[in-house]
Design a binder for this molecule. Structure first.
Ligand code: SAM
Length: 370
């Protein structure tokens, strides 16, 4: 088995949670930085991380890290990487990357240099100068930050927030990774009543069910590195089986409700595709009027933000009505994500705790009441 250093990028604000998750999964040398978490391990770690991490966006192998002040530095740094140990003769190896606050700011030029340096190094290994690129994909990613270049091989392929169960989306589905983070913040363990009163396409309730079951979120999808010849197929099979063996069985009380019947139909289809429909019930209703399903439980939701002017006023009205409706729901812990800076004012109660994070580019807070 080879030893690798992995990098798992994540949404801003989720690093600490991803770090804890990586430690819980048994990964070694976990370190947390802005928007990413590093850890070490072998091919089993690679497969387990892809299958099991709920809140990371992808898993990449760190191939090199070196200072760059010139294109020559970049070329030499990338050429020093033993690409032939990873990429076979017929591998497809596209290059993506970004550069921030660095002397090398032209990303297309950097991309071309990284590609050329990789080809030149592989030419030395394989003794050919033209590569057909007809086989499996080995996506190269680079980042240049303040003149420090890092080069990675992406093992995930499609981003990890795509679990494979989303039949169709509605207008504003929350990222699965963000939904999983909110469920994690609420400390839901499958014992309490769980309710998302603005469930839309069902992302939060589906992630809650997956978490309650301890079901690996990636079981129903494939990953880029599954096609790599350098990783034996039994590694993936063993990690899939081990993940399934770690699942719990139980009866969970999870409710998703929404005012829009069309969204509910989407949520029902998604829950079915995710294999969790028997754990979730769905109901049509206005969150500001629905009677509470029990006297205690956990509410996790992302009500409409209202990104345009008219909608913003509507959203504020909704927060006010929701606050009034839930004023005496003391048995319920509430975790509400919103980009509205004055959310607590409209909701009518200061949060017990707030956590700043980014839902895509939108700065939000999870307002926690417990
Ligand atoms: C931002 S979306 C939620 C997206 C959802 N988390 C998902 O992943 O698809 C907000 C949802 O709130 C619903 N909604 C708006 N006003 C509502 C109300 N008064 N009561 C219940 N649902 C409402 C909308 O129909 C929409 O589905």
């Amino acid at each position: 088995m080879n030893q690798y250093t992995f990098c798992a990028p994540c949404l801003f604000g989720l690093e600490g949670l991803v770090g804890e998750e990586a430690r819980r999964l048994g990964f070694e040398n976990v370190t947390v930085e802005d928007r990413r978490v590093f850890f070490t391990g072998d091919e089993h770690t690679l497969a387990k991380a892809n299958l099991c991490l709920r809140m990371a966006e992808r898993v990449m192998v760190l191939m090199g890290r070196f200072p760059v002040k010139s294109f020559e530095d970049l070329y030499q740094g990338v050429k020093a990487i033993a690409w032939g140990d990873y990429i076979p003769k017929d591998g497809v190896f596209p290059v993506k990357g970004y550069s921030l606050g660095s002397a090398l700011h032209s990303v297309p030029d950097c991309q071309a240099i990284v590609k050329k340096a990789t080809v030149d190094r592989m030419s030395q290994t394989y003794g050919i100068t033209w590569f057909p690129e007809t086989g499996a994909t080995y996506q190269i990613r680079f980042s240049i930050m303040k003149d420090l270049c890092e080069v990675f091989l992406d093992t995930s392929g499609v981003s990890l927030h795509k679990r494979g169960w989303r039949a169709v989306g509605n207008d504003a589905p929350i990222h699965e990774t963000m939904a999983a983070a909110m469920v994690n913040l609420s400390r839901y363990r499958g014992r309490e009543f769980f309710w998302d009163p603005f469930c839309g396409s069902g992302t939060i309730v589906i992630e809650a069910a997956l978490a309650a079951l301890n079901r690996a979120p990636g079981l129903d999808r494939s990953f880029g590195a599954e096609a790599w010849s350098t990783i034996a197929p039994n590694v993936w099979q063993e990690e899939r089986t081990a993940a399934m063996d770690r699942e719990y069985r139980g009866n969970y009380e999870i409710l998703g409700s929404d005012i829009d019947p069309q969204s509910l139909n989407i949520a029902i289809a998604n829950a079915k595709k995710a294999g969790v429909s028997k754990y979730i019930s769905f109901r049509e209703g206005d969150a500001t009027k629905l009677s509470l399903p029990t006297d205690k439980g956990i509410i996790v939701c992302n009500p409409p933000y209202g990104e345009r002017m008219g909608e913003q006023n509507e959203a504020k009205r909704l927060y006010r009505d929701l606050g009034k409706h839930l004023r005496y729901a003391d048995g319920w812990k509430k975790y509400i994500i919103s980009s509205e800076a004055d959310f607590e004012h409209y909701f009518g109660t200061p949060a017990t705790k707030k956590r700043k994070l980014y839902n895509g580019r939108l700065q939000c807070n999870v307002y926690m009441y417990y």
